[in-house]
Design a protein around this ligand. Structure first.
Ligand SMILES: [Zn+2]
Length: 92
């Protein structure tokens, strides 16, 4: 099994202000950031889709300690959010 949308492609799109995800052809859920399977049904029939970049933040948290060593001062604080874009889709 391989990634439909690898991290490099996803990151390069973000640098161009484009948010990419994977739409599940089984249940319609959009998984973002991309994973190997649908976050809702674990299906593997996924297609790359571009998200509009608009949505509603349902929750968020801020981390002041980097989850890895190294450039932590430059990368913190990190904010993680969960947002809903449309019925059946959620991005974290
Ligand atoms: Zn699914």
């Amino acid at each position: 099994m391989e990634y439909q949308l690898d991290f490099r492609t996803y990151s390069n799109a973000l640098r161009k202000n484009r948010l990419m995800g994977l739409k599940c052809n089984r249940c319609g859920t959009v998984t973002c950031p991309p994973k190997m399977t649908c976050q809702e049904c674990a299906g593997t029939d996924l297609e790359i889709t571009e998200l509009s970049g608009r949505g509603t933040i349902t929750t968020f948290t801020t981390t002041y300690v980097a989850p890895w060593k190294g450039r932590s001062k430059r990368l913190t604080p990190l904010s993680w959010s969960s947002l809903t874009k449309a019925p059946g889709s959620r991005a974290t």
